[in-house]
Design a protein around this ligand. Sequence first.
Ligand code: FAD
Ligand code: DLZ
Ligand code: SF4
Length: 506
Amino acid sequence: DARLLLILGDQLSLDISSLRAGKPDRDIVLMAEVQDEASYVPHHKKKIAFVFSAMRHFAAELEDAGWSVRYVKLDDPDNSGDLPGELARAVKDHGIDHVLMTEPGEFRLKAVLSDWSKDAQTELEMLDDDRFVASHAEFRDWAKGRKQLRMEYFYREMRRKTGLLMDGDAPEGGKWNYDSQNRKPAQSDLFMPRPLETEPDAITEEVLKLVEDRFDDNFGTLRPFWFGVTRADALKALTMFVEQALPRFGDYQDAMLEGEPFLYHSVLSLYINVGLLDPLETCERVAQAYHDCDAPLNAVEGYIRQIIGWREYMRGIYWHSGPEYTQQNFFGAKRPLPDFYWTGRTDMACMAAAIGQTKEEAYAHHIQRLMVTGNFAMLAGIDPHEVHEWYLAVYADAYEWVEAPNVIGMSQFADGGLLGSKPYAASGNYINKMSDHCANCSYDVKQKTGSDACPFNPLYWDFLLRNEDKLRGNPRLGQVYRTWDKMDEDKKKEYRDSARAVLDRL
Ligand code: FAD
Ligand code: DLZ
Ligand code: SF4
């Protein structure tokens, strides 16, 4: 009997487990653009356009490969608005009693679809998503019995499992991690690579009009729309990255420059996360560049660690922690998200740059997300759930399974240290060291207190004090608290007063 294969907007891989289990001459593929998925957070316009256009192109590829595809567009008059509704319609129209899919990336959708299956008394079979190196069970086994979960040790397991950059049982070059050679500030006169830019074709143009029509009030700039939307585009983007940016990826991984939104980053996460690129094939390509002597080990190891280390670790933490993870609030932070996260209108130059390019490109690189917008939110005591929903909305690569551990865990420390060992809190000094923003800022990064002082400076101490009961015992913060203890009382008061003034202005 025919079965229905449901393919979600982030499952656009020809060899995904659901398609491998199906038969083109027997089964029907269902893909649906639905209002529910397009609005569980107010997604950036470019993100919606990217997902819909990539879905439409993928449906065409499936048809070329011989599959029968039932594709429901957002503006189809009969569109029910959610995935259960579309499953129900398809099951009825085609007389189907067995639905097959690859497990969704997040708890929310998994629950919604399982509930539908029970209510509709239709079998829904969920297969493992094996586009990851570690299965749920493997992560669980690795985590079991460990007092602390740390990415570095998990990463070594992933290196062993994949054989990437391994020299027998030993890591290539003798060390697992070459980060000590990375983290250099960049200069604006360096040759700057650009990520692949594609021209919208007729399919994308139709989607852009739909987004203009239906999502005009959403955050972000839609045009120019330059993302790739097919696997061929994504492969081209990978080649361009490996040839042009990878050699310097490590050196400038943590750098920020005014007017340079991408630097030497790959801008591939959006393609990897929807399935247009396979994470392992990406790593193999990058490893090949090292073996061909086209890129140095610090760049290649650093890049591979982001994918088989951090990306896999984040997914593991997400599924291991359960659906309550996004509700965590270790510091009890309650302040609402300031409006300038949506408008970009702030006189902090580093924040204006990170938020401005986020509006423009639905992209910011890791250090902007972590040490600028994320750091500010944590220092200012913004409610982590609001921060989480902002990140989930504004980036083209944002899916809860990877976004939530990065935001709730890594950037806001709202999980109390499950994911990382200490909060990524920093004063203006860090941003000044890694960027050229402070030279263009109306605040003075060297001033610690007072109305001209960089707001990160007093907020940094205020954060540590506000949360002293939770943080003083952290061995990695001992030195910081000793510095505070030695400060004279007047200075301490100045810090507190300045922080109060910054927070009152928010
Ligand atoms: P590159 O710098 O070129 O890195 C290479 C690849 O490594 C990325 O494409 C990505 O697949 C992977 N990677 C790197 N760092 C991480 C990480 N910490 N976690 C998972 N994968 C990683 N990444 C997302 O894919 N979706 C998100 O919603 C997301 N939200 C984030 C929120 C915060 C607060 C922080 C600090 C990080 C977040 N990240 C997220 C991780 C990282 O910032 C992005 O993956 C990266 O900026 C994407 O740009 P790129 O492709 O140019 O990455
Ligand atoms: C992100 C997204 C959007 C905007 N729209 C759709 C959609 O209309 N139909 C669909 O199947 N998937 C969409 N997605 C991706 C899903 O939100 C994603 O599959 C879940 O968040 C699980 O990761
Ligand atoms: Fe950002 Fe402070 Fe530097 Fe201004 S002075 S750019 S607010 S770190």
